[in-house]
Design a protein around this ligand. Structure first.
Ligand code: SF4
Length: 78
């Protein structure tokens, strides 16, 4: 999915330098994979709760790939 499609489906964008993260709270299964996997990036006690630049591109994308519901997506910038 490209950015327009993600936004149209209700995802919210969290911009990063190398990677933009997208999150859809309606899909989230609250499994906690993201917050347990990297609390520097995913922290529900903070606004914004996602800081895409607090991990390397590799670590961030590998963790998002483990999101079981598809609520987290990413787009790596050129
Ligand atoms: S890993 Fe995905 S499904 Fe689990 S809490 Fe995070 S966003 Fe929600």
């Amino acid at each position: 999915m490209n950015e327009q499609e993600l936004l149209a489906k209700g995802y919210r964008k969290y911009m990063g330098k190398e990677v933009d993260v997208f999150f859809n709270g309606k899909i989230c299964a609250h499994s906690g994979v993201c917050v347990k996997g990297n609390p520097e990036v995913f922290n529900l006690d903070r606004k914004p709760w996602i800081l895409a630049d607090n991990a390397t591109k590799e670590d961030l994308t590998a963790l998002i790939d483990k999101c079981p519901s598809g609520a987290l997506k990413y787009i790596v910038k050129e």
